[in-house]
Design a binder for this molecule. Structure first.
Ligand code: FES
Length: 159
């Protein structure tokens, strides 16, 4: 465990250095950490705190404000079910129910095989395609429950 923490610390220092170590590069540093680990590990945030001399409260404020950041480990593919008005009206909650059943997880959780994390988001900005679900960055428009098993299967095949 200690070794993993040291490796995270070293990688985080490298990322901070790449961005010049200036306080104003906090978001860019967090983005790179998120990309590297698919979430923001505690040890990485502690390193940012020490190396960049940014208060932990400020780091957590930024980390929780932006949807792209996650403080918990995420699966390979993030499934974002849009719960904005247009998607809600078109049955987004039924899609969420189906995904929860098929993945055997609740919203906010990650599958045991670390393949999928399921989250709810507010308006993905393409309301005319409602209901919309974004998986691993891909928009799936006009989604219906019956299409879900095949779509999930395709992502599983990609590995
Ligand atoms: S409400 Fe779903 S994309 Fe806007």
């Amino acid at each position: 465990m200690k070794k993993a923490a040291t490796m995270i610390e070293a990688k985080t220092k490298e990322i901070i250095k790449k961005h010049g170590g200036d306080k104003s590069s906090l978001i860019a540093v967090l983005q790179d950490i998120q990309e590297q680990y698919n979430y923001l590990p505690k040890d990485a945030l502690a390193t940012v705190n020490e190396e960049m001399e940014i208060p932990a409260s400020r780091i957590y404020e930024v980390a929780t404000f932006y949807n792209t950041f996650s403080l918990n480990p995420r699966g390979k593919y993030l499934i974002e079910v849009c719960a904005g008005t247009a998607c809600h009206v078109q049955g987004a909650s039924r899609l969420m129910d189906k995904l929860q059943r098929d993945l055997e997880i609740e919203c906010g959780e990650t599958t045991k095989d670390n393949m999928f994390s399921l989250e709810e988001v507010r308006c993905l900005g393409c309301c005319s395609l409602a209901p919309v679900v974004r998986i691993g960055g891909d928009i799936h428009p006009y989604l219906t429950q019956d299409k879900i098993p095949k779509i999930l299967g395709n992502y599983r095949k990609q590995g």
